[in-house]
Design a protein around this ligand. Structure first.
Ligand code: PLP
Length: 393
């Protein structure tokens, strides 16, 4: 099938909820994908931060195929090896104590909100159920996580919404003190680098003050690392760079290396309240998804992360030298580019696609989320294409 036929069939039968580029990808290897006409694209999107090891990494393919051929699913009524092995490795790398597995970022955040409310109701009784989030945040598309998302544009047309959510502007400690003034707040949920909100990193000093404030009041600190986690920002969790020890961390995107998986990691203090029947998910902890995630963690060694930090620095330095670039934001290989001179990020993205480079946008910015297996050669090539695109605008 050619691109035109693939697009026409999709348009006829798939819900039109996405603004797609007119590209039909049929195969990929490492940093490159190929479309139906055989054109190659250097991928600086990793499927929105998902393909941490690029396309079809041999270790990931081997782990997933072996598990698919051995035991693909059992339900959570039985034990399987990959689920426990992955939970053990995640606890080891994060210092947290227990994990619940689901299938997506939104589902992980739902689990985090439930665990926070359960802890609060068991510890303080009912009525202390308010969850604070930040203005400009993004936490998912289910009704509760949509409500948690601090952007009006996502809320339009979908109410009524679950109660007891409120928003505070990032960087404004006084607003947080005020919003959490009553006795009814149980948790604060935040992203350390707001991804969909435009790749905006929070200030370290603000985050430290927030953590101290929450600790004082026993307001649980929930960090949404769905996009920032699993090495994306240069450390396994972005929390490490902020010196944070949260009560709950959520992961998803990069964890499965391309298969759907989400995780809610928590301290023993919170975990002990989530007993049998308190939460569940049919596909959660699926052995094939867990085997894939274990392969991802196996490749993301300290050595690999050190390389990624050097490459992130080179990419950021290179971007600063390009025409029309006003600012380079984010952390590690989660990169935002703000343009001056009225240059539109969407126009840059389209022009890059024509020259064989896949990139993303977030709000008015260009967003780069390359696979964590990239090399200096890939950085140089992406910068060369971006330079040629920006020089022609
Ligand atoms: C992508 C994202 C989500 C939602 O994840 P899904 O897997 O699409 O449900 C939640 N939080 C953050 C920070 C994200 O980037």
């Amino acid at each position: 099938m050619n691109t035109q036929a693939i697009i026409a069939r999709d348009d006829a039968n798939v819900l039109h909820t996405y603004g797609r580029s007119p590209i039909a990808l049929v195969e990929g290897r490492g940093m490159y994908a190929r479309d139906a006409e055989g054109r190659e694209y250097l991928d600086f999107t990793s499927g929105i931060g998902v393909n941490a090891l690029g396309f079809c990494h041999p270790a990931w393919v081997a782990a997933v195929s072996a598990q698919a051929g051995r035991l693909q699913h059992t339900s959570n009524l039985y034990y399987t090896e990959p689920c426990g092995a992955l939970a053990e490795e995640l606890c080891r790398r994060t210092g947290l104590d227990a994990v619940f597995f689901g299938n997506s970022g939104a589902e992980a955040n739902e689990g985090a909100i439930k665990a926070a409310r359960k802890y609060s109701v068991d510890t303080y009784g009912p009525g202390r159920s308010k969850v604070l989030t930040l203005v400009n945040s993004f936490h998912g598309r289910t009704l509760a996580t949509l409500t948690a998302t601090g952007q009006e544009v996502f809320h339009r047309d979908f109410g009524p919404f679950p109660e007891q959510f409120a928003y505070v502007p990032a960087g404004d400690l006084a607003a947080l003190r005020e919003a959490a003034g009553g006795p009814d707040t149980c948790a604060l949920l935040l992203e350390l680098v707001q991804g969909e909100g435009g790749v905006v990193a929070l200030e370290k000093a603000y985050v430290e003050q927030v953590a101290a404030f929450c600790r004082q009041r026993d307001i649980l600190l929930l960090v949404d690392e769905v996009q920032t986690g699993v090495g994306r920002t240069g450390t396994f969790l972005a929390c490490e760079q902020y010196g944070l020890q949260p009560d709950i961390v959520t992961l998803a995107k990069g964890l499965g290396g391309g298969l759907p998986i989400g995780a809610v990691l928590m301290t023993r203090k919170v975990a002990q309240h989530m007993g049998p029947g308190s939460h569940g998910s049919t596909f959660g902890g699926n052995p094939v998804a867990c085997a894939g995630a274990l392969a991802v963690l196996g490749e993301l060694t300290d050595d690999r992360l050190a390389k990624d930090n050097a490459l992130a620095a080179a990419l950021r330095a290179g971007l600063q030298t390009l025409p029309h670039v006003q600012a380079v934001t984010g952390l590690g290989l989660m990169v935002g580019v703000a343009f001056a001179d009225g240059v539109s990020a969407a126009a840059v993205r389209t022009a890059c696609e024509r020259q064989g480079l896949l990139v993303l946008t977030a709000k008015t910015r260009l967003r780069l989320l390359p696979p964590l297996i990239l090399t200096q050669e890939d950085v140089d090539k992406a910068l060369a294409i971006l330079r040629s695109v920006l020089e022609s605008l």
